[in-house]
Design a protein around this ligand. Structure first.
Ligand code: GDP
Length: 602
């Protein structure tokens, strides 16, 4: 007997698949979303495309109209109730939708700019799609840019391509080959969509123009067909709800609300729900389920329609008590006979507990604040790789309390009094406080920009630390005095020396082991033939200047018979080990060991 899932699939009970649009900046993601959203009035579109919460819903009627140009005459039968398109293009939508256990993205469109080919975020998008095993198609965009291209607005690709000259086609072929090659370099077989020998093995490339609408019917038909064929089981409508919070928002008259993508199942007014919060699960009841009014008339008081129930897939706003602590990217579950309150609490918190483990147990480290759980996770992963400890995290707008938390590090480790903020607003008072307290804020809306800025800062700190330390970093050396070259006996001492072992650098603190290790001062200059040099190597003879706050005298505190050595200390040796390891040779380490004995501090 057929499984219930397969039966449901047979009996047409599919839910709407959810898709996202990804790609490099300027590839045309927004334009593609706009084009898909646009009602084609000329074609007499029936079903209304509606703006949902965070998403656009394309109902079956509208979809049928949109694909008519290429579906006509084919044996394709549309069985989906519609398509739900996530409105945020690019990586942000992805990190919003990162929640585990939810089916938030069934298929993706990877938009590639035909003339520039693959770009950094194209690779990045592919990496994310691979990681999450999301099927995708490639939209090779901007075909209208080909020289001499003849446009037929909103036409299917085959029809418009048939009208192009031989030169245009040749040029097109070159671009197509490159995209296919680049996909193969990423480990994917790919093919022009209408020549695809096996859609399970080859990625389809659909040439489109988001400007003129050419190829868009093919793109939507392909999405619909692939969804139906490959995901019939997944897309079967079910009663268990799957929902993810996109945003937590204040709404006048309703208090804090959550914008949710309901992937599957039915939400009803009055349902007891469990919502993910950073400080623990939130249990509450749905007061209202809202979607935007299709026509935004000025007379309408509230731009929202109330629903007694909403079926997935759909974007919906939930108003309820106690939602202040809800976190975007977290899940929403309904308590019912299949799901106990305890089980729901455990499940919604699963994502968070995994993240909280990445926070240092001492509470020492940078503060991280992000718009969603997904972006928080990406930031924490980045910092883990950079080996930068995280002291605290928060989600949503930055308030004074967050700045105060970050400022605690000023007393412990100044460089960690830093806030890494992704895609969040900062409250005015909080911003003033960061300046007042000296907390550094890195903020960006593109996660990679944030990584770059912070990496640059850490490098800068590192080199700053090395200059600070160079006064502390003492390299080992043994010197003897050149008796014929005593130029100045005191304050400053200027004498000729020969480097017998190690190397001598400006800044080295010197002492005389044979005279109770008396410190004679720091080398402030080294000269060879009247030319200043920073370092003198073993075997050379140079003139050096020695200065000290407590000046010593040549002839009294030491003389030409005494050996002079670097004044090493445990601390200075650690500095060498931690910061200058690559600059110290094996021979020099041996000398360090020897001097430790001479200086009597092993
Ligand atoms: P996004 O950063 O990926 O969202 O890219 P946009 O949709 O904002 O597009 C970037 C630029 O390319 C804009 O100036 C668009 O008008 C232009 N553009 C996008 N798609 C097309 C297309 O198919 N043809 C042409 N000629 N220009 C396009």
């Amino acid at each position: 007997p057929a499984s219930p899932k397969a039966e449901a699939a047979e009996s047409n009970e599919l839910r709407s698949p959810i898709f996202v649009v990804l790609g490099h900046v300027d590839a045309g993601k927004t334009k593609t979303l706009d084009k898909i959203r646009q009602s084609n009035v000329a074609a007499g579109e029936h079903g209304r495309i509606t703006q949902q919460i965070g998403a656009t819903y394309i109902p079956r009627d509208a979809l049928e109209q949109k694909i008519a140009a290429v579906a006509r005459g084919s044996d394709f039968k549309l069985r989906l109730p519609g398509l739900l398109m996530i409105d945020t293009p690019g990586h942000e939508s992805f990190s919003n939708l990162r929640s585990r256990g939810s089916d938030l993205c069934n298929i993706a469109i990877l938009v590639v700019n035909m003339t520039s080919g693959f770009e950094p975020q194209t690779f990045e998008s592919i990496r994310m799609l691979k990681e999450r095993r999301i099927p995708f198609v490639v939209a090779m965009n901007k075909i209208d840019r080909l020289y001499d291209w003849k446009t037929t607005p909103d036409a299917g690709f085959a029809a418009t391509f048939a009208k192009q000259t031989k030169n245009v086609r040749q040029e097109f072929d070159g671009h197509l080959k490159r995209v296919i090659l680049q996909l193969s370099e990423e480990g994917f077989n790919a093919s022009l969509f209408n020549e695809n020998p096996d859609e399970r093995k080859y990625i389809s490339v659909v040439p489109i123009s988001a400007m003129t609408g050419e190829g868009i019917p093919d793109l939507l038909l392909l999405l619909s067909r692939l969804s139906q064929q490959m995901m019939a089981e997944k897309l079967t409508f079910q009663e268990n709800i799957e929902a993810t919070i996109l945003e937590v928002k204040m709404l006048e008259g309703q208090g804090t609300t959550i914008d949710v993508i309901l992937s599957n199942g039915t939400l009803r007014e009055g349902d007891r729900i469990v919502v993910c919060g950073l400080n623990g699960p939130i249990v509450t009841s749905i007061r209202s389920l809202l979607t935007p009014e299709p026509l935004k008339e000025m007379r309408v008081k509230t731009p929202f329609i109330h629903h007694s129930e909403v079926k997935g897939a759909m974007g919906v706003k939930i108003a309820a008590q106690d939602l202040e602590g809800a976190v975007a990217g977290g899940r929403v579950l309904v308590i019912n006979e299949r799901m106990s309150e305890e089980q729901a609490k455990r499940e919604v918190m699963a994502d968070v507990s995994h993240l909280l483990e990445l926070i240092s147990s001492t509470g020492r480290g940078v503060h991280v604040q992000a718009s969603t759980l997904g972006s928080l996770e990406a930031l924490l992963e980045f910092l883990r790789q950079m080996k930068i400890p995280v002291g605290s995290v928060a989600i949503g707008t930055i308030f004074k309390k967050d700045v105060i938390r970050a400022s605690i590090m000023l007393e412990h480790q100044k460089e960690y009094a830093t806030m890494l903020c992704f895609d969040v607003k900062i409250d005015r008072e909080a911003e003033a406080l960061t300046k007042e307290l000296g907390v550094r804020v890195f903020s960006a809306n593109v996660i990679y920009h944030l990584f770059d800025a912070f990496t640059a800062y850490m490098k800068e700190l590192e080199s700053g630390r090395r200059t600070d330390l160079s006064s502390l970093a003492i390299f080992p050396c043994v010197l003897s005095v050149v008796p014929t070259s005593i130029f100045n006996k005191r304050d400053p001492i200027v004498i000729g020396v020969t480097i017998k072992e190690g190397s001598l650098r400006v800044g080295t603190l010197l002492c005389v082991p044979s005279r109770d290790c008396v410190e004679i001062g720091r080398v402030t200059a080294i000269e060879v033939n009247h030319k200043a040099v920073p370092v003198a190597k073993k075997g050379t003879s140079v003139a050096i200047k020695i200065e000290s706050d407590d000046p010593k005298t040549f002839g009294r505190h030491f003389d030409a018979n005494d050996e002079i050595v670097s004044r090493l200390s445990r601390e200075s040796i650690n500095v060498l080990k931690d910061n200058f390891r690559s600059e110290v040779s094996k021979e020099e380490w041996n000398l360090v060991r020897k001097l430790k004995t001479v200086l009597n501090f092993i």
